[in-house]
Design a protein around this ligand. Sequence first.
Ligand code: PT1
Length: 277
Amino acid sequence: MNIIINNRTLDFSNPHVMGILNVTPDSFFDGGRYNTINKIINHVSSMINDGASIIDIGGESTRPGSDHISVNDELDRVIPVIIELQKRFDTIISVNTSKTEVIKESILTGVNMINSIYPLDGEILKLITDSNLLVCLMHIQGTPKNMQVSPYYSNLLLEISEYFNNQIKKYEKYGIKRNRIILDPGFGFGKSLSHNYTILSKLSTFSKFRLPLLVGISHKSMITKLIGAAKSLYGSITCAAIAAINGANIIRVHDVAQTVAALKIVKATLAAEKLNY
Ligand code: PT1
């Protein structure tokens, strides 16, 4: 599976790492850490050197319980950063937003991928179609404000698959080519601890869509609830490795170098599996 974006080919024979760049003052893990353009550039530069092929810029926290910020605040945080990164780096830039205005401005600025935690509609899907961008389609139940109150599924994997089916159909109706869509089961977005681990263990069920699979597990509560925040890096790397073994194509993480190292081990293991001694 290959995707061509901006004259670059994303070859999915091995998983890619998406480095998280939070330009939020309140993000759940690293909020406020990258609050000057120099800090941002240094951080992105190390993520790329460490092996990230996509940088995901987010200006609004979507962790459980988080509030929305205003359109103008989000534009002020995100757009200047996209511009600076484009000047300096030859990387795929993803914008993590659900706001129409932010998506519009990001497209004008030349972003390569739209990563929205909500399904997109109408006008914005047309814009994405015309710009030939990649779009991540993530499953969510509820909204960040209420999604963890009492997540419930009568059939978790089936319901996520149906959601993907319906949304893919809608996206295609607006002209988005199927090979521009990336699927994401949305770890922590309206899921209990056991829902999250069921998805992780059965991730390969979503390979049937024959679309790239993105996962974001890094430092989430499904890890800290089991091993505590102080050790969440170890859990994040473990989850990245399990996800890669189970078919994830893009892994969204805070710790790029550590994840890339783990993925090398997974790659060697999967390659050896195919050998016949
Ligand atoms: C994700 C994701 C995202 N996660 C995509 N974008 C977040 N495509 C932001 C917790 O339980 O998985 N995929 N953008 C961060 N959201 C959360 C959700 C952070 C849950 C923390 C938790 O701790």
